[in-house]
Design a protein around this ligand. Structure first.
Ligand SMILES: C[S@@+](CC[C@H](N)C(=O)[O-])C[C@H]1O[C@@H](n2cnc3c(N)ncnc32)[C@H](O)[C@@H]1O
Length: 299
């Protein structure tokens, strides 16, 4: 059987910054690869075309739909793991596993956004779900319907970066409208707090981001991962991280800056002095507009 992975059937998810990721990770034949957010395998496919070593690849995703879509990789010998990347990374580091390349492509996949039933999109009416891992108990509806007004306002400010007054206005409107059970209902409740017409961005965008981040503990996952990243790389091993909003990117940037400033004690050297911005270099894909890529190499 050929070691090349067959192309995606319908291009269900177009990988962002693909050329730039391959350039930064610079895959060589036979190298090992850890994809912590493997999704629909677009990046993995391109990397493995260079390494020709699927049996040395580990592909992780916490979404059952993505794991199912990664079957062709498993058939060619890759390990496909249904887990959260922070948990996998911690276990792998404790077990002494090391990789030549690691990729973390944060955020949501196109199928997660496009399927109304997943409840991520404010453009498609569906249940207020937003769980990336369908085995998880707590959904977005639990957060929206069970959190106190003060806490709700706080999380909208913290994770949606809503101004304080607007966060409180939205939290008050949500409390009045409870139970809120669908994405359309939530979007309309937020729209009702908005004065005047809106331009490009729907007024509910930031609330949806905040609720999604909390539902999936996205920043907690990232913090836990960054703690163990250096241990997971072989000497000369490369890591690339793509983030999609400023809260994620700030954490990744801080982590890289700490490494850059640690002198002899640093375990990583930066490959990207500044983030590679999708909006400047990748116009093939609308999702790339908000993407930032940073990469580093283990000393
Ligand atoms: C932007 S997509 C990745 C797409 C992939 N690079 C490709 O080329 O198809 C992000 C994926 O990461 C997964 N994901 C997000 N957070 C995760 C986490 N903490 N642990 C495991 N998977 C996660 C999502 O389920 C989603 O499938």
């Amino acid at each position: 059987m050929s070691k090349n992975i067959p192309p995606q059937q319908l291009h269900i998810h177009i990988p962002v910054l693909l050329k730039q990721v391959v350039e930064q990770l610079a895959p060589r034949p036979g190298e090992s690869y850890l994809d912590l957010t493997a999704g629909y395998g677009g990046h993995a496919r391109a990397i493995l075309a260079h390494t020709q070593a699927p049996e040395r690849a580990v592909l992780v995703d916490r979404d059952q739909m993505a794991v199912d879509a990664l079957k062709p990789f498993a058939e060619r010998g890759a390990s496909v793991i249904h887990d959260s990347y922070a948990e996998y990374a911690q276990e792998a580091s404790e077990a002494g596993k090391r990789f030549d390349m690691i990729l973390v492509d944060l955020g949501v996949s196109s199928p997660q956004l496009d399927k109304a039933i997943r409840g991520f999109s404010l453009q498609r009416d569906g249940p207020l779900d937003m769980r990336m891992d369908q085995r998880q108990q707590r959904s977005a509806a639990d957060i929206v319907n069970r959190t106190s007004k003060t806490e709700l306002a706080e999380l909208l400010e913290l994770y949606g970066e809503e101004p304080k007054k607007q966060a409180l206005r939205i939290a008050t409107a949500i409390i009045r409208a409870r139970p809120v059970t669908t994405t359309e209902q939530l979007a309309n409740v937020i729209l009702s707090t908005h004065r005047g017409a809106y331009q490009k961005t729907h007024p509910a965008t930031r609330t949806f981001q905040a609720i999604r981040i909390v539902t999936n503990d996205e920043l907690g996952q990232l913090e836990k991962l960054l703690e163990v990243v250096p241990e997971l790389l072989t000497p000369g091993g490369r890591i690339a991280i793509i983030s999609f909003h400023s809260l994620e990117d700030r954490r990744v940037k801080r982590f890289f800056a700490e490494q850059a400033n640690a002198g002899y004690e640093a375990s990583l050297s930066l490959l990207t002095k500044k983030a590679i911005r999708g909006k400047l270099v990748d116009d093939s894909n609308p999702r790339a507009r908000s993407a930032s890529l940073r990469a580093a190499v283990k000393k």
